[in-house]
Design a protein around this ligand. Structure first.
Ligand code: SF4
Length: 227
């Protein structure tokens, strides 16, 4: 049944063709339910960390994101895209952070329409404290064996890439959505992928979630059922 997206539950066959429902299988539904529980735990940890410091969750995420971007220049458009927000909403959060003395906004010298955001010294300190909000969750994940963690990372990156191709999530600067990413080109199961920019195999644990060299790969034709 090649014309159908192979996502539904197989109900049977008619005239030699598979009949699929458009409903997710029980396994898929369980995975989504598990992800929902994880999202809940993350939301709660983030909310508690932000609230204690008088910030909204989005403001806290912006500070931590800027901290992780280091000395890279980050403009309002990048931030809006990263958090799936409109430029006006993002701008309002940046204004609030600026009033609190945590970020500074400045215009590009060549193109005055482009506005960059960077952490102040105080903002960097606050971001470093906020960045610890994931600690309790990371500590639990640390108990898993290395192979399970590698597989989990690779699978999650694959799911995020699919959601991005389906337009369900904003662009992420990770390997699985990068034009330089070559999937499964090496026989070594511990390092099956390749980064064409660095021209080296990527071990599963080396897959990047935020890469400064990321270039978005074109969306494959045929929609999200093509793979
Ligand atoms: S450039 Fe960065 S994101 Fe792209 S494949 Fe290489 S390591 Fe991954």
């Amino acid at each position: 049944m090649s014309a159908l997206c192979p996502r539904g539950r197989l109900l049977g066959h008619l005239d030699g063709e598979s009949i699929l429902t458009s409903e997710p299988s029980e396994l898929e539904a369980k995975i989504v339910a598990a992800l929902e529980r994880l999202a809940q735990a993350l939301q709660r940890a983030l909310w508690e960390a932000s609230w204690r410091r008088g910030l909204s969750a989005t403001q806290a995420q912006i500070l931590v994101y800027l901290l992780h971007r280091g000395n890279e220049r980050v403009n309002i458009k990048d931030l809006a895209s990263r958090f799936g927000l409109g430029a006006a909403t993002l701008s309002a959060s940046a204004s609030s952070l600026q009033r609190k003395g945590l970020v500074r906004r400045y215009r590009d010298a060549q193109d005055r329409r482009v506005v960059y955001v960077r952490l102040t010294r105080r903002g960097r300190r606050r971001a470093a404290q906020l960045a610890l909000w994931t600690q309790a969750i990371e500590a639990e994940i640390a108990e898993l064996d290395t192979r399970s963690k590698e597989r989990l990372l690779a699978t999650l990156l694959e799911v995020i890439a699919r959601l991005q191709r389906a337009g369900l999530i904003s662009v992420a600067r990770m390997c699985t959505t990068c034009v330089y990413f070559r999937r499964n080109v090496h026989a070594n199961p511990a390092a099956p992928h390749h980064c064409a920019l660095m021209d080296k195999p990527l071990q599963l644990m080396e897959l990047r979630v935020e890469c400064p060299d990321h270039q978005p790969a074109p969306v494959p034709s045929g929609g999200n059922c093509s793979k």
